[in-house]
Design a protein around this ligand. Structure first.
Ligand code: ZN
Length: 297
């Protein structure tokens, strides 16, 4: 069974929902896309797990983007996740630094976490919180406390060995419909939160998901739903890049080909490079490019 899965569950009496996410192949795909230093790899893993967890809270088709922005060593990191768990993302940092700080808070200066929810049909919603806590998980908890007054518990962990990279996360949140939605009320949230915190890295990274949930919650009234598969997938394509080039003057494109050998377009989300030569430029402007299905990937 695939490790890259998201498990959702509901604690009936406590009106608390929970999630467990584990990423391996999808995480590895993002690590393979660019030569990220270890600190950024860890950050992307946490951000990826967090995005998957939040994507599962969507009640409609669409996507969520978690963006970290700052004036510090890490300028920008983003993971975008769709309602059906397709994740993609990228990070940019000051590559002139020989060494990056390992401490989360030192990676950012005046850092903010921006969460953008974009329904396929409907209005885009954006919320923001300062990156002023020691971990990304705590910043996300703060976001929900601040923006929605929903008691939330987030656990994010990554593990890298010589042979594999894994990113895992757990999420607990009081249901928004509950009348006792604040952390001060005794809804059983604190109890569930403490239980969840007892999860050990070794269990999270190696045990079957069913075993993890049983170990933590076998004394609780919990309903577990069918898991969802998670994949790393970018919505970019050679054809979409070609469409973008169709808006540029043909003479200008031919100029670039003449001076640089080809037009190179890089996807900002997955670093895939799309190259177009002179023949492609003519086809793009003749409107026949779509029929040319050759790919240079
Ligand atoms: Zn892409």
């Amino acid at each position: 069974m695939s490790f890259d899965q998201l498990h959702r569950y509901l604690f009936n009496q406590a009106h608390v929902r929970g999630e467990l996410v584990r990423l391996e192949n999808s995480y590895q795909s993002i690590l393979d896309s660019y030569a990220y230093p270890p600190v950024i790899q860890k950050l992307l893993g946490e951000l990826m797990a967090a995005t998957s967890l939040l994507t599962a809270t969507l009640k409609f088709e669409g996507d969520i983007a978690l963006q970290l922005q700052s004036d510090g060593p890490v300028n920008y990191a983003v993971i975008n996740g769709t309602h059906d768990q397709k994740l993609r993302g990228v990070a940019r940092w000051d590559e002139s630094l020989s060494e990056l700080p390992t401490d989360f808070s030192q990676l950012f200066q005046k850092g903010v976490l921006v969460i953008t929810i974009t329904p396929t049909d409907g209005e885009r919603y954006q919320g923001m919180v300062a990156l002023d806590k020691p971990t990304l998980a705590e910043c996300i908890e703060g976001y929900f406390q601040q923006s929605e007054q929903l008691a939330t518990k987030v656990i994010l962990r990554t593990q890298q060995t010589d042979t594999s990279a894994k990113a895992c996360g757990m999420f607990l949140q009081i249901l928004p419909t509950s009348s006792q939605a604040t952390i001060t009320e005794d809804t059983g949230f604190d109890h569930l939160s403490k239980l969840t915190e007892t999860i050990k890295d070794e269990e999270l990274f190696t045990l079957p998901a069913e075993d993890i949930l049983y170990r933590l919650y076998h004394q609780e009234d919990v309903e577990v739903y069918a898991p969802a598969e998670i994949i790393f997938k970018c919505s970019c394509s050679r054809e979409r890049s070609a469409n973008a080039l169709a808006a540029v003057e043909k003479s200008e494109l031919l100029n670039i080909v003449a001076t640089e050998g080809a037009i190179k377009m890089n996807c900002q989300y997955c670093h895939t490079e799309y190259r177009f030569d002179e023949i492609d430029v003519h086809a793009i402007h003749a409107g026949t490019f779509a029929m040319d299905t050759q790919s240079d990937q």
